[in-house]
Design a protein around this ligand. Structure first.
Ligand code: DNO
Length: 392
């Protein structure tokens, strides 16, 4: 498995020499400054590569793009799609020309990952990201005023949400909005309540079946090009893996993944196995999902969550939580061995310690939420230990 590290480029407060000290070698990055839907040129890609390779002694190499974002028009199936599909394919060609062959992307409408609090204290010190179902319900029902939002939550969760809302201050509410909006690291779009209502309005009437049809079209437009280029596209699961804000989500469980992979039945149409995202739904058995789709896993995000019965969850240390991480890593190592046997060139699966807690000195600098230096390094060290022990 290739140890990798998400680095946000010049925007990142963590430097490449620091990344090298974690002993990860693969860099996962994106040209965040390029607006969604525009072409990533060879020049821009090479400039980022030059930055990463500036000190060869660090041994860092850009191995996965995360993300090459899918334009909202594609998800909604509206507007001049010929242009955005063409641009996406051109970006793939340019990445391939530069040797960056794996591309992670998601198909979540409007928002990327969603949390309600970014600084929940963890026992022994440090903080973690959390998703509280009652806080989300309070947001949707009482702050955003989304019609029929209460139907998406149990009466208990609605009641708990109302209780929180009625005793919350203006500051609590602003903090909640900021937390929910934080899930777009590197992207510049942040919605206000008003902006969010407008953006949601554009999705009015788009059903799950519509979103699936738009996804199938995207795959039909880009996967043949990726396949021709020998690239690996890997879709990132929804986080959390359920409908949110009334928006359908279609990358949330085994059935969804099977459907996606069947749309274009080739290696280029693959999966980012994100254990933390999928793991927030108790029905997702991560080792079983990994076993089922093993040959299409081109990238892994390893982290863990602890779930609550009401749908809330908190990010916990990489080896704690509800996902059996050792078993999951075992599945990935077995798949690597299988690939070697059949002579696949992509036997080594890149993985990164996904989010980490904010620990020790992490609070001294502003990192993207979840992307702290010490917390992630701690996760990487634990995972490295599991891998070494399993390989022994
Ligand atoms: C969260 C990440 C996601 C991921 C995108 C991929 O930290 O795992 O933001 O990068 O969903 O497109």
């Amino acid at each position: 498995m290739i140890e990798s590290w998400r680095w946000y480029g010049p925007l990142d407060t963590i430097t490449l020499p620091e990344v090298a000290q974690t002993r990860a070698s693969g860099i996962v990055t994106a040209l965040h400054e390029i607006p969604y839907g525009e072409v990533w040129t060879v020049n821009d890609i090479r400039a980022r590569q030059a930055l990463i390779g500036k000190r060869p002694d660090l041994g860092l190499n850009w191995i996965v793009t995360e993300s090459l974002p899918v334009h909202e028009n594609i998800k909604r199936g509206s507007g001049d799609l010929g242009r955005v599909f063409g641009n996406y394919r051109q970006s793939l060609r340019n990445l391939a020309e530069c040797g960056v062959m794996a591309v992670c992307y998601n198909f979540m409408p409007l928002l990327d990952w969603t949390r309600t609090q970014l600084d929940v204290p963890v026992p022994g010190g440090g903080t973690a990201l959390q998703f509280s179902a009652p806080h989300m319900a309070a947001f949707e029902i009482h702050i955003l005023g989304r019609k029929n939002a209460e139907n998406d939550y149990t009466p208990d969760v609605c009641a708990a949400g109302e209780k929180w809302f009625s005793s919350s201050t203006q500051e609590d509410r602003s903090k909640l909005l900021a937390s929910i909006m934080a899930g777009l690291p590197g992207a510049y779009t942040r919605y206000s309540i008003d902006g969010l209502q407008k953006a949601l309005g554009k999705y009015q009437g788009i059903s799950r079946a519509d979103l699936r049809a738009n996804f199938a079209r995207f795959l039909a437009e880009v996967i043949p090009t990726a396949d021709e280029l020998g690239m690996r596209m890997c879709v990132h699961p929804d986080d959390p893996p359920r409908d949110i804000l009334g928006l359908p989500r279609v990358v949330s469980n085994e059935e969804d993944i099977a459907w996606i992979l069947a749309q274009q039945d080739c290696l280029a149409n693959g999966l980012t196995l994100c254990s933390g995202s999928l793991g927030a739904n108790p029905e997702n058995d991560l080792p079983a999902i990994a076993r089922q789709f093993a040959d299409r896993i081109h990238f892994a995000h390893l982290r863990n969550v602890k779930r609550e019965p009401d749908g809330s969850f908190q990010e916990v240390a990489h080896l704690n939580g509800d996902t059996d991480m050792v078993e999951l890593v075992k599945v990935l190592l077995n798949e690597e061995a299988r690939r070697l046997m059949v002579g696949r060139m992509d036997a080594d699966i890149p993985f990164r310690p996904d989010h980490g807690h904010e620990l020790l000195d992490d609070f001294k600098r502003q990192a993207f939420p979840g992307y702290h230096l010490t917390g992630r390094m701690c996760g990487l060290a634990e995972l490295r230990g599991v891998i070494a022990a399993l390989r022994h």
